[in-house]
Design a protein around this ligand. Structure first.
Ligand code: MEV
Length: 436
């Protein structure tokens, strides 16, 4: 076992690599060779990437893909997607092309308030505290004026501060719940700075107040932090068409397909085993756009899964209805994202993605991301209730093997047809290439 190292972050890149090779990789050169292959030739770009994270010693590539023909609120988008999962983009491209001819996706931001909490302990009269918060709400908000000036100019800022009594769940525990509008930024830094300022002012105002007994003044601030649960920052997307416009699917009539498809959605609504996987299919699309646009996918994932359990049972995020011969699917999710700030202004690929999406506002991007999630969900469930999911996966597996064996585009096209009902492995593909 290697000794504990002190001051690792202060070592040069080469020394870090040598230390790792010596202690974990038998001094092999392979580690350094591979890391070096993934460095960018352009020094400026490389230093930019180094600056994103501590102890960065190379870059980690993921494919940057695009999916064209995405009609959302009558705008035709070409969506940038970063994902390593082989069939995600192909499935999405099929789904968006299909819905393009049926009116495309309709999407609306329903709410866009975010929140953060100051968590504190208080031992004293609750009515007194409530009265104090009501009386000082404006003063608390005012104390953030310097921080909120620019956000207010853009139409955002702090909406309100409320006292939440949580002392029945945890002794002496209260919150100041602060609501924010952050316009086109995700606003994490903004919200956290405001919360820290408000918590200081709160403590000072209480100390200077004659409304409290000395013992009551000893509030203890536990922490001040934004919440990644954003049930008041919500977007909803849907697509619909007449049942016969779904067309026949394999051996199924459009009506049989619609009913089977809806049953799959209904199962995801009542069974957690299916709901989690159903929602994972939605997140395949959502995460890919979040990453390509420089958004915090961990925050969004956490918030969305909490939202899926808001009734006390984890459920599917999307719904399917068949009413008066109209087949409709709908996805409603909380989404706290940004199109300015963070790495959106710095990372060249992120800037490119946002340009490709016609420089969206954060509401536009919410509509795009939710629609992509729904399109991905349609594609996944469609293949599950028809051909099964392996067909698409096997096609990508085939293409991977063909590419490794340096097949031409003509051979790839022929192989796709040939392998529709045959075993795909290195040997069978190699035999096929010998003959074609
Ligand atoms: C695989 O990444 C995603 C699916 O499992 C989603 C689903 O089951 O709905 C195909």
């Amino acid at each position: 076992m290697p000794d504990k190292i002190i001051g690792f972050s202060k070592l040069s890149r080469v020394d870090k690599i040598n230390w790792i090779s010596k202690n974990f990789l038998n001094n092999s050169n392979e580690f350094e060779n591979i890391l070096n292959k993934y460095l960018n030739d352009d020094n400026k770009i490389q230093s930019l990437h180094n600056s994103f994270s501590e102890n960065s010693i190379s870059n980690f590539y993921l494919p940057y893909s695009v999916s064209p023909n995405f009609l959302i609120n009558n705008n035709n988008y070409c969506i940038p997607l970063v994902t390593e999962e082989s069939s995600v983009v192909a499935a999405l491209a099929n789904s968006s092309k299909f819905w393009y001819d049926r009116g495309g996706f309709k999407s609306k931001v329903l709410l866009n308030t975010k929140s953060g909490q100051i968590h504190f302990k208080y031992n004293g009269n609750i009515e007194n505290l409530q009265e104090f918060v009501n009386k000082n709400e404006d003063e608390l908000i005012k104390s953030t004026d310097k921080l909120t000036k620019r956000m207010k100019q853009r139409g955002g800022g702090i909406k309100k501060i409320e006292l939440i009594n949580m002392s029945k769940k945890l002794v002496s525990y209260f919150q100041l719940n602060v609501s924010f509008l952050t316009i086109d930024s995700m606003g994490a830094n903004f919200i956290n700075s405001c919360l820290e300022k408000i918590s200081k002012t709160f403590q000072e105002l209480i100390n200077n107040s004659d409304q409290f007994k000395e013992s009551e003044k000893k509030i203890e601030i536990i922490m001040s932090i934004l919440s990644n649960y954003t049930p008041e920052c919500i977007v909803e997307s849907s697509v619909e068409c007449k049942i016969d416009e779904l067309g026949s699917v394999g051996k199924m009539s459009s009506n049989e397909f619609a009913i089977k498809f809806k049953t799959a959605f209904d199962i995801a609504n009542i069974d957690i085993n299916r709901a989690v996987t159903h929602n994972k299919g939605i997140m395949n699309g959502i995460d890919a756009v979040l990453i390509s646009t420089g958004n915090d996918f961990r925050a969004v994932e956490a918030g969305i899964h909490a939202f899926a359990s808001r009734t006390g049972n984890y459920k599917s995020l999307s719904e399917c209805s068949i009413i008066d011969n109209i087949f409709r699917i709908k996805l409603k999710i909380p989404l706290s994202i940004g199109t300015v700030g963070g790495i959106t202004d710095i990372h060249p690929m992120v800037k490119l993605s946002l340009k490709l999406l016609k420089t969206p506002t954060s509401n536009d991007l919410m509509n795009i991301i939710c629609s992509v999630g729904l399109a991905q969900n349609y594609a996944a469930v469609k293949s599950l209730v028809t051909t099964g999911i392996q067909k698409g996966h096997m096609k990508m597996h085939l293409i991977n093997i063909l590419n490794k064996q340096n097949a031409t585009q003509d051979q790839i096209n022929k192989a796709e047809e040939y392998f529709k009902d045959k075993d795909i492995n290195n040997q069978s593909v190699s035999n096929f290439l010998d003959q074609h």
